[in-house]
Design a binder for this molecule. Structure first.
Ligand SMILES: [Zn+2]
Length: 292
């Protein structure tokens, strides 16, 4: 048996024997129990799983699908017939889990030749406190390579109001781009072609991490339909893949829908939500639609 005793002070933790079963109340599954013959500590197969101590394991996958498809926490709780607090806790559980799986998937991919990237603006609570979501996509497979969130100061006519109400808000956009490139650079070919719009922060960070890459920037085009800034009013949009991905995010992550009731209160939960969406989009959604 390859299990070892969970007691950290156990003198000889390799002396484990089977010790009967119990029937888990939640899903009526039989779970194997074990006992350490050295110290007498008892535990079960469930102790080793990441869902240990969860009382509603059955909701995890369906909630992942709901949360990546535009449903709110409150509505998911209603459909799954569980308390909203239960769902709220699963957001950070699934966020961490998906982040781990996304990282593993990134490590398997090497030598990507075409990358498109962009930033998507959203807010924490108020438009006076905007957030920037930096996102990089593999142009050939449409896979999301990485997503990072950073705080930015209010802009346009709101900048004065924001300064008066909330004080100075530093731009952390460069740090966000830095984190993004740190995670995605190992998967890219050194001569990768990166396409972006004319945002002035990109050339610096691209030069820093990929000095031998090619960088092409394009002028931002006007939106096709008012309010749908992601789909452009041109016959051929060189940044189509990234704009389409951003549109998918806007449509399927409820807090990013324009003029919605749902909003981000904690930047960490937005990050969790993005990791959950990235996992769903790369591993489940794209596998169903793209012939790769
Ligand atoms: Zn022991």
């Amino acid at each position: 048996m390859n299990k070892i005793c969970l007691n950290p002070d156990c003198a000889f933790p390799f002396n484990i024997i089977r010790d009967g079963y119990f029937r888990r109340k939640e899903d009526s599954k039989l779970v194997q129990r074990f006992r350490c013959k050295t110290c007498g500590k008892r535990f079960s197969n469930a102790t080793f799983t990441e869902t240990y101590y969860q009382k509603k394991r059955r909701i995890n996958y369906r909630f992942l699908e709901f949360y990546s498809g535009g449903l709110s926490i409150a509505r998911s709780a209603r459909i799954l017939k569980v308390n909203a607090k239960t769902i709220e806790r699963r957001v950070s559980f699934l966020g961490k889990k998906c982040a781990r799986l996304n990282q593993k998937a990134r490590e398997r991919i090497k030598n990507i030749h075409n990358v498109v990237m962009d930033d998507l603006i959203t807010k924490e609570n108020s438009k006076l406190k905007p957030l920037s979501i930096s996102i990089a996509v593999d142009e050939d497979t449409r896979r999301i390579l990485g997503v990072e969130v950073s705080r930015i100061p209010a802009f346009g006519h709101l900048s004065k109001v924001a300064l008066k109400k909330y004080g100075y808000r530093a731009s952390q956009h460069m740090e966000g781009l830095d984190r993004l490139f740190k995670t995605i650079t190992p998967s890219l070919s050194p001569e990768v072609l990166i396409k972006t719009d004319e945002h002035r922060s990109y050339p610096y960070v691209i030069q820093k991490y990929l000095p031998h890459c090619r960088h092409e920037s394009y002028k931002s085009e006007r939106a096709h339909v008012a309010g749908q800034g992601e789909m452009k009013k041109v016959a051929f949009d060189p940044l189509f893949v990234i704009n389409h991905t951003c549109a998918m995010l806007r449509a399927n992550i409820n807090r990013l829908i324009r003029k919605t009731w749902c909003t981000t209160k904690k930047i960490e939960r937005l990050k969790d939500h993005l990791e959950i969406f990235q996992y769903y989009y790369n591993e489940i959604y794209l596998k169903g639609v793209t012939p790769i």
